[in-house]
Design a protein around this ligand. Structure first.
Ligand code: ZN
Length: 102
């Protein structure tokens, strides 16, 4: 996946302007979609459209090759430090799966 960088801050979300220097963000690079679970929440009561998926996990993933973090949905239960990777992007949601337990 792509990350965008300016003033030492990397993000997976493409913003037109850097919030630090107000310049247009021009630096982008391709990084691995693998990462580790930084924090997570188990969702037991989901919004109607996701109710059939509950319980599921919403995790903040620290990308392996970047300082950027990414919010993802994981169907399995995870722990902090677990290695995860992208399974698919569905309706703009990053769906991740567990590769290895921490
Ligand atoms: Zn900047």
């Amino acid at each position: 996946m792509k990350v965008y960088e300016c003033c030492g801050v990397e993000s997976v979300t493409k913003k037109v302007y850097c919030s630090t220097c107000r310049q247009e963000i021009k630096n982008e690079r391709e990084v691995s979609d693998k990462g580790t679970v930084y924090s997570f929440t188990v969702i037991h009561i989901a919004p109607e459209e996701f109710a059939h998926l509950a319980p599921y996990t919403v995790a903040l993933v620290q990308l392996r090759d970047s300082t950027a973090k990414l919010t993802v949905r994981i169907q399995e239960s995870v722990q902090i430090g677990d290695l995860v990777q992208l399974e698919e992007i569905k309706n703009g949601t990053y769906i991740y799966q567990k590769v290895r337990t921490a």
